[in-house]
Design a protein around this ligand. Sequence first.
Ligand code: FES
Ligand code: FES
Length: 154
Amino acid sequence: MPSFTLTINNDKKVISAEPETPLLWVLRDILDLTGTKFGCGKGLCGSCTILYKGNSVRSCTLTIAAALEGNITTIEGLSEEGLQPIQEAWMELDVPQCGYCQSGQIMAASALLSKNTRPSDDEINRAMAGIICRCGTYVRIKKAIQLAANKLEE
Ligand code: FES
Ligand code: FES
């Protein structure tokens, strides 16, 4: 089996796997980073969203061969230096219900706020499109993104 070096949460990890293996499999099954969730496995639900080179990416459709060039950030890596404003906002507004989709939601929101600390409603809607919450927490998610944006502007 070939070996690959991935940078995950600023840490180099050597992985033995086929090059076409989806990153999500590596995160959950090999590295035990189970904060990233498996939903559909087909790029349709967003529950597996991580950051790759700072962009929101579905890890079930990103192969490890395509993920060698930049840092991969998972929900576990988001708070290495303490809680981020996005996480504080999520907690203050008690956003999750069952919680299954929430790491994907937070990672997509985090990607948005890293590039735009004053997102409009439309920009939030576009950034969060396709990350499905079966519990319907969308209103709280949007409020938490706005609250986190305010915190970043303080
Ligand atoms: S598990 Fe990746 S988009 Fe659904
Ligand atoms: S909180 Fe349950 S699916 Fe989103």
